[in-house]
Design a protein around this ligand. Structure first.
Ligand SMILES: Nc1ncnc2c1ncn2[C@@H]1O[C@H](COP(=O)(O)OP(=O)(O)OP(=O)(O)O)[C@@H](O)[C@H]1O
Ligand SMILES: [Mg+2]
Length: 593
């Protein structure tokens, strides 16, 4: 179920496009050029201070102490102290600068991703589950954070440190430096073997962790269903299995890490033993000074550190590129439906809406969902669409709102082809009540305003009055707090709220995709009354399951298997004695009056 997602949701076989990703990453850093320049300045200073202290120590041992001058000794120790203070200060300034620069980049990136995603179309959201998208914005951006704050800079520091350390050591004793360097291949080998192994394992751990969080999201969302069908135990067992696998993998990864660190830790005393053993012999010969030995001992870790950090850097870079690639894939995605260069704006609809021989399917290999659908909806009139489940009713609204594009045929508003009409103006002119009602956590009032504080309360009150729902809102305070997904409201209440919500913006055309849920006769009457008023006032498309709500529509279409099978007024369709009249009788169990 989650197995196909690969590392944090990436197809494992998918090749990372390093060039494009590098381009994107450097593009992200570019606006922060100044920040990085300042960081590099502090970095150079702190590295210099770091490398200077062993040289000062050598000077103390080889020169200041033998000179027996307390004043010189005090002065040089003072310099050593000052050096440490400067090292601390420049390091502090470096870290602060990096954190700020990194945060800035990540914040900008998140902003850009969110803005980008909000403009993407529904087919995109059908492809990417919500959980994965949140992961893109949250965890992938934070993987990049360590790249921007630490890695980029530490790589330079390590190169700098290695070269300078090697140079200084070489300067003071060529023999000893070459001797010590013979350990490098061993350091590199240990790093690549153990760190490499643990990196692979940690990738697997991260994949399992994302699997677990995906599993949790899915199952917590479905908690009512699981409990109703007594499936908590099954879910728990599945979760335990993944958890166990993650535990084992993590343990192995940590084991590799521990072996790695222990071998590195061991290298240090071994090297010091070499320095003291071999170098000590040379000191007896007086071919090397005691101060130089001390300098080597103090330098040895500085020399090894960059080398064994190399594979760590490589793994962070790999991870960042994987994250960067996933981010890039979303950012490069263009909305499938975009405005033409000079879109038409519809300020107000003058004639009406027309579907002309529209064919639609959701994928090239999927069956046709709409087949040769044609209808006209003149301004001020109402059109009802009824028909079996899965017949294609919602698809009609999906096309009208340009959520999807039909493969064949034309959709016209005032004779203008839909593709030529600006998305913004289209969706300003037409309001939609979705079949799946989504409510935000917040008050009813906030929901009626679509969480947009710029909309005045008066618009909401007007909407309530227009459709005659004052009585309903006497019992349901506008200040009532709706919890997530509106679970503290009944299905009927949600419908009333979504109806008023669509009315609040007072759009010219209203499309209602009615939910199937049943509501009590009282609320049904309320909604029916509201609907009668609406049908008279607005240009409307109503998709109805309760035929009582659309009896008075000017035209009724019966869609079945993607085709318009019947059309006409309520009376005409009843008289025809076709599918519609059968539906009607089924619902009301009587001959209509
Ligand atoms: N986003 C989608 N991707 C792929 N197929 C889809 C999508 N939405 C709907 N379909 C398919 O298209 C067909 C028509 O769906 P549609 O939602 O238009 O039906 P409907 O008439 O609104 O049904 P209902 O009365 O149950 O709401 C169905 O077979 C459905 O499985
Ligand atoms: Mg539907």
């Amino acid at each position: 179920m989650h197995g196909d997602r690969g590392d944090d949701g990436q197809d494992p076989k998918e090749k990372i496009n390093y060039r494009a990703t590098f381009h994107m990453l450097s593009g992200l850093m570019r606006p922060e050029k100044r920040g990085f320049a300042v960081a590099f300045w502090w970095l150079s200073l702190s590295t210099a201070m770091n490398l200077l202290s062993p040289i000062i120590a050598k000077y103390i041992i080889d020169t200041a102490i033998p000179s027996k001058s307390v004043r010189l000794l005090t002065a040089v120790v003072g310099a050593l102290f000052l050096n440490s203070v400067l090292f601390m200060a420049s390091n502090y300034l470096l870290q602060m600068r990096l954190v700020r620069t990194g945060q800035q980049i990540i914040t900008d990136l998140k902003k850009r991703m969110l803005a980008h995603m909000l403009a993407l179309d529904l087919p995109f959201y059908a492809e990417y589950p919500v959980g994965r998208l949140t992961a893109r914005i949250q965890s992938d951006t934070s993987s990049l954070y360590s790249l921007f704050t630490e890695t980029t800079v530490t790589i330079f520091r390590d190169i700098l440190m290695f070269v300078v350390t090697f140079g200084v050591m070489f300067y003071f004793s060529r023999r000893l430096t070459l001797l010590i360097s013979s350990v490098f291949p061993l350091v590199l080998a240990i790093s690549f073997v153990f760190l490499g192994k643990s990196t692979t394992l940690f990738v697997a751990v991260r994949k399992l962790a994302s699997e677990i969080s995906g599993f949790l999201t899915e199952h917590i969302n479905a908690i009512a269903l699981l409990q109703a069908f007594n499936r908590e135990g099954m879910a728990a067992a599945k979760l335990e299995a993944i958890n166990k696998k993650k535990f084992d993998t993590e343990l192995r990864a940590e084991f590799m890490m521990i072996i790695f660190y222990l071998s590195i830790v061991l290298l240090s005393p071994v090297s010091i033993a070499i320095i003291l053993g071999v170098g000590g012999g040379w000191a007896i010969d007086r071919t090397i000074s005691i101060g130089t030995l001390v300098l080597f001992i103090l330098y040895i870790d500085k020399l090894f550190e960059p080398v064994f950090r190399l594979s760590e850097h490589i793994s962070i870079i790999q991870r960042s590129f994987a994250a960067g690639h996933r981010i890039h894939r979303i950012l490069e995605r263009r909305p499938a439906i975009v405005d033409v260069p000079r879109p038409r704006y519809i300020r107000s609809i003058r004639e009406g809406i027309e579907f002309r021989n529209v064919w639609m399917r959701y994928a090239d290999d999927a069956p046709w969902v709409l087949k040769d659908v044609s209808f006209k909806l003149p301004k001020g009139k109402s059109l009802a669409i009824v028909g079996e489940t899965g017949g294609g009713k919602t698809t009609v609204t999906n096309l009208l709102f340009k959520f999807y594009t039909p493969q064949k045929g034309r959709i016209l508003i005032d004779g203008v082809d839909l593709p030529e009409i600006g998305l913004n103006s289209l969706r300003t002119a037409i309001g939609l009540v979705h079949q799946d009602i989504y409510l935000f956590p917040g008050t009813i009032m906030q929901n009626l305003k679509l969480m947009d504080e710029a909309i005045p309360d008066s618009m909401v009150h007007d909407a309530i009055k227009t459709i005659g729902l004052e009585a309903f809102f006497k019992h349901h305070s506008l200040n009532k707090h709706i919890v997530e997904k509106g679970v503290n409201l009944s299905a009927g209440e949600k419908q009333v709220i979504s109806l008023v919500r669509a009315m609040t913006l007072n759009q010219e055309v209203l499309v209602l995709d009615e939910a199937t849920s049943h509501i009590d006769p009282y609320t049904e009457r309320l909604i029916n009354t509201a609907m009668q008023r609406l049908l008279q006032q607005k240009t409307m498309i109503v998709i109805a399951h309760r035929l009582s709500t659309i009896r008075h529509a000017d035209n009724i279409l019966l869609i079945s298997e993607g085709e318009i099978k019947e059309s006409g007024t309520h009376a005409q369709l009843l008289e025809k004695g076709g599918i519609y009249s059968k539906y009607y009788k089924l619902q009301f169990g009587e001959e209509p009056s």
